[in-house]
Design a protein around this ligand. Structure first.
Ligand SMILES: Nc1ncnc2c1ncn2[C@@H]1O[C@H](COP(=O)(O)OP(=O)(O)OP(=O)(O)O)[C@@H](O)[C@H]1O
Ligand SMILES: [Mg+2]
Length: 297
């Protein structure tokens, strides 16, 4: 009778062999990365990508080697945020693809870098106007390939920028079972809090460690009178974290300069560390690092 090992090297289509090889390749890449952290929300447009980019900048400025996987396959934004132009050609080797080098030396891999032009959308099926057809139609396969085929090298942190949707962690949990944890992000609106609550519940049920909850776009300082006011109406986000039994990681004020810098790829955090928003991002990073440290003992 054939054993599992025989099947892996058996002739014919050798599907099991391919799966084993792929799994080993993925493992080989991930073993070189100390800590993997996903940033998510469930809700769209709350600042997941902006915070991923700026948390990465903060870690990089502390001297850590940092990479970002843009897991938002259909709405990728990390390449743009870190100033890696679509035209920059990926360096391909027999073993894989080199990640793009973004601001502050942050290594990135994003679907955006695989599309033929900056305005091309991702197409999952070959149609009349297909601009990019992935070898597989499965998003999970695409994520596995982005993780396993990228020559990440040694990293201290790999941040994973998640797409909106509270069902998105299943794939990542399966591909990266040693994930250090997830950072949940909300804005202080009732709607966002309603949806992030589902995401927290979902991740607790999956057994994914939750590092904590961040409140983004918490307040806005009027540039004319310097008065600080609320941008949204909702329940107290700190109380929400307590209710769900997770840590509150901090409130990040609204700062229009975060969106401005995406054009140049200059990192907001690198340029405005001393602003209230910059300091708040530092505070969130401190809490993430505390979590990592206390969980890796
Ligand atoms: N603290 C902030 N102050 C000002 N603008 C912000 C802040 N955080 C995010 N933004 C802006 O809000 C918009 C949405 O942010 P971003 O794209 O990071 O959200 P997202 O959650 O990743 O969205 P999606 O669900 O589409 O992936 C962007 O224009 C971004 O520049
Ligand atoms: Mg995003």
């Amino acid at each position: 009778m054939k054993t599992y090992e025989d099947l892996a090297t058996d002739g014919g289509s050798n599907i099991i062999g391919q799966v084993v090889t792929q799994r080993e390749k993925l493992r080989g890449r991930l073993d070189q990365i100390k800590h993997k952290i996903a940033l998510l929300s469930g809700k769209g447009g709350v600042g997941k990508s902006s915070l991923t980019a700026n948390v990465a900048a903060c870690l990089a400025l502390q001297g850590h080697k940092v990479g970002i996987l843009d897991a938002d396959l259909n709405g990728p934004s990390i390449a743009k945020l870190l100033g890696v132009p679509n035209e920059e050609k990926l360096k391909v080797e027999a073993d894989g693809v080199h990640p793009g080098e973004g601001a502050l030396g942050i290594r990135i891999m994003s679907m955006d870098m695989l599309l033929p032009t900056a305005d091309a959308p991702v197409m999952w099926t070959e149609g009349k106007e297909a601009t990019a057809v992935w070898v597989s139609t499965m998003e999970c396969t695409a994520l596995r390939e982005l993780l396993a085929d990228t020559i990440w090298g040694e990293l201290d942190y790999l941040l994973i920028d998640m797409p909106p949707g509270s069902d998105r962690m299943d794939n990542i949990r399966d591909l990266v079972p040693e994930l250090a944890g997830v950072v949940e992000i909300t804005i202080p609106s009732n709607m966002s809090q309603h949806i992030v609550t589902k995401s927290i519940t979902k991740n607790s049920n999956l057994g994914v460690p939750i590092i904590g909850l961040v409140e983004n776009m918490a307040t806005y300082v009027c540039p004319h009178c310097n008065e600080e006011g609320d941008l949204f109406q909702g329940e107290d986000t700190k109380a929400l974290a307590e209710k769900k039994g997770i840590k509150f990681l901090g409130s990040i004020p609204f700062d229009t300069r975060i969106s401005g810098n995406t054009r140049s790829g200059k990192m907001f955090f690198a340029e405005h560390q001393e602003s209230p928003t910059g300091k708040a991002i530092s505070g969130v990073v401190d809490k993430i690092l505390e979590f990592i440290e206390s969980n890796s003992k």
